[in-house]
Write a protein that binds this ligand. Sequence first.
Ligand code: EPZ
Length: 423
Amino acid sequence: MDIFEIDGPVKLSGTIEVAGAKNAALPIMAAALLAPGETVIPNAPNLADIRSFETLLASLGAAVGRDRTGRLHIDATTIDTPVGEYEIVRKMRASICILGPLLARCGKVKVSMPGGCAIGDRPVDIHLRGLKALGARIYLENGYIVAEAPPGGLVGAQIFLGGPFGSTVLGTDNVMMAATLAKGTTVIESAACEPEVADLAHYLNAMGAKIRGIGSPRLVIEGVTELKPVTRPVIGDRIEAGTFMVAAAITQSRLHIRNCDLDNMVAVADRLRSIGAVVEPADDGCNVVMSGAIGPADITTQPYPGFPTDLQAQFMALLALADGNSVITEKIYPDRFMHVAEMNRMAANLRKEGPNVIVAGVEKLIAAPVMASDLRASAALVLAGLAAHGTTVVQRVYHIDRGYENIEEKLNGVGAAIRRIDV
Ligand code: EPZ
């Protein structure tokens, strides 16, 4: 099992390249199931979650692999086992997004109920509500969701996908993918507006789907009789980009971050500017410059275009060093605070009060052995280690490898001192 040893404090400088977006690539890999033939994603990131999804697609009957240039090929001509096995699904929540495409393609699908995870419960009730509205019969059998389309196929409908925490990203993906092959028109109200959902919709339209309202909370989908596979890159990963923007700010550095689009990071840039960072668009991404005191800021996570929950932990590491007190409120996953206790071990002063954390800024963080718990909390501990005095040891680095491609190589390339050690 790998650990990271991180020497700090460090100054960073130079350019970091952001990979293709994990949360766009995963549902787009599922969309490949809608069309017999070969889909190619030229820039699918090389991550543990992507490899898990490749295994899942292969278990369904697809032929999956990367060519020598690293392009990901998915041939979904043969789908002979439309079953998402528990052993695979339990490791990755995103597996649930094979439900919609397989229901539309095969008429019947079984997918294991995803378990909970470190960031909280991960219900799928809204997914199921949406697929039922399209005419599917859905029932639970031994921990598996079984979904069956009516004999004549799915039928378009008006569907509301709002829930207690806003819309659902993968739920919108599931229902939108199923609706592309339904008879008639589907209107999804309270659709998720995340850029990764929009990227999937553009991908589906390139395959021959007819989706309007992309990027808005109201999607109108006219069903078609077939879709064709395409070759198309995914957008840059805005969460990886935001993580590196915080790396620049927490180390009082200047970084050029390539392959990201500030137009889909307005809330993130707003909070960075509010704490005193300079964030400027660059031709292929952005520049982030931080020098001087980090100002306090209040952050509330919300559905897009609000502040993304996937950057909450990273900003907590930054605000732990602010010149004043901040309040972070988590409105998407109220329990997404596994990083609080670990950062307090590094001499941060964080106090959880329900869905809020009071962040009392401290002069400095002190290196310590800490435990990674989930993908983004782990990245936050790496960021804290860049600024902490001494050598921070982060255990269970496999959490980070789920969503960041060679994070230590990218950060070392701009001046960090991170050692990956197999213990
Ligand atoms: C996606 O998860 C992302 N994952 C998550 O990123 C991200 O944190 C999340 O969206 C929110 O932005 C992928 O895209 C693979 P949701 P998803 O359904 O779709 C509740 C990462 O770090 N809800 O939008 O599973 C749910 O409990 C990961 O890359 C229901 O109540 O999230 C949560 O409180 C972590 N019923 C809220 O909605 C449902 O049927 C948002 O969940 C579905 C969701």
